[in-house]
Design a protein around this ligand. Structure first.
Ligand code: HEC
Length: 106
């Protein structure tokens, strides 16, 4: 019992630090509602050769093109990806957030 108590006490500061990191608006949270209605349809499962969300290896060669090129691919469409990636009302910033979200490991 005593050792469990010590363990919990040792963990508490770490939990506080973690909670602070999660709460801080460090990285922009993508619009998950728009994500679910568009990008996720193909990128969650990797449909038709789409780079799978959070598969860093699949995204690495894409990221090398640079943000502007990737943004242009989504807006203009690329092979099996339709123009706008099915998110007609996404802003450029929202596209960029969604790309960052999908290309980052989970
Ligand atoms: C209908 C399916 C589909 C939807 C919906 C979709 N994508 Fe894609 N996406 C693809 C496919 C397939 C590829 C791979 C295209 C290729 O390289 O042939 C791709 C590739 C990409 C790439 C890499 C482009 C490049 O130049 O290499 C980005 C970035 C991307 N998608 C972002 C998005 C975003 C952001 C959304 C949501 C707003 C989205 N996609 C929605 C199918 C989709």
């Amino acid at each position: 019992m005593k050792s469990r108590f010590v363990f919990a006490r040792a963990l508490a500061p770490a939990a506080i630090v973690l909670a602070t990191i999660v709460a801080a608006p460090v990285s922009a949270e993508p619009n998950m509602e728009k994500y679910g209605k568009s990008c996720a349809i193909c990128h969650d499962m990797g449909v038709a050769g789409a780079p799978k969300a959070h598969d860093a290896a699949a995204w690495a060669p894409r990221l090398e093109k640079g943000t502007d090129a990737l943004l242009a691919s989504v807006k203009n469409g690329l092979n099996a990806m339709p123009p706008t990636g099915l998110c007609a009302d996404c802003t450029d910033d929202e596209y960029k957030e969604l790309i960052t979200y999908m290309s980052s490991p989970k």
